[in-house]
Design a protein around this ligand. Sequence first.
Ligand SMILES: Cc1ncc(COP(=O)(O)O)c(C=O)c1O
Length: 361
Amino acid sequence: MLKNNLVYLNTGTLGPAPKLVYDKVSSLMKRLESNPAIENFGPLGQEMEKTRGKVAAFMGADEDEIILTRNTTEGISMVCSGISWNAGDEILTTNHEHGGAETGLDFLRDTKGAVIKKIAMPFPVSSKDQLLSLIKSNITDKTKILLLSHIETVTGLRWPIKEVSELIKDHDILFIVDGAQAAGMLHIDLHDLGCDVYTCSGHKWIMGPKETGILYLRKAIQERVNNVFITGGYGVYSHSSGTRNAPIIIGFGDVLDWHMAIGTKRIEDRCLELAAYCRAELKKIKGIKIISSDVADLSTAIVSFSLEGGIKNGDVFRGMRDKNITIKRLPQYNAIRISNHMFTTNADVDKMIILLKEYLV
Ligand SMILES: Cc1ncc(COP(=O)(O)O)c(C=O)c1O
């Protein structure tokens, strides 16, 4: 579906839907409009309800732990606006979280007196132990929420979520994982990861229809999240959700079938292989500093680097955009972020690097 000759290296912001999903959603939109109420609350509505089960299978969860949202931000907001809180209780997080996650935390600070503590993240990170020590040394008796990204939006760092769950399991801490950059890139088994809450978007690495998202609430903590959107239950459509867009939700189920057919582990392996190539090629260049970790179990398909020598990332972003290469200009560290997804080729990476070099000489 991407336009011809486009090198698309920003799935981390928004992924391109495969043609089969685009075609399906388009045809369902047409069908819906042919008899809206009958279709949306009849056959299409019934079909849409199957998507939760597909999400559960895709992510290693039970269907009654899954809520279909519109995006990652909404999932975190639903949790933060639906839990009880005592003024002075603390939230532990990092300075590398996305604004979409911070909105929910800021709400707790502004309306309920939460104290937000942000770990200043090192970059690049050198070991898992370094990360686990940061958590251990920053938790206090007052910590009630720990929010981490499964994969950092800034550097693409992969947090060892399972180990962190293990580390905090004897504390009364709600562990929220922002999976926006991980779902669709990594093979994910939520029960194995052990976190309490996991939120992600369908329109990034999953490459689904836009405005699709997932909120996972581990069974044991569900009573702690009391949000008006889910008073009608976790079904896709209920009296509290109101009308949903059946075609995009069905298309979301289809894109998950597509990932499962390709194989989630296979997708992860390919993405990591390509990112390793991208990092290796970038390492040959002078005038940039790679801020993504190079350690095998901490690195992902995201590779970020800062530009040195006075070159501005905005200029490189615009120059690449005008030559049909889509990259992400990060708000931090004068950096650029490259997303290496399964549809990206080594030749795409090469084209980006050739153009990058023109700015660095
Ligand atoms: C780590 C992270 N969290 C949350 C978001 C927000 O995603 P959405 O706009 O789909 O809610 C992003 C978007 O880039 C992200 O990278």
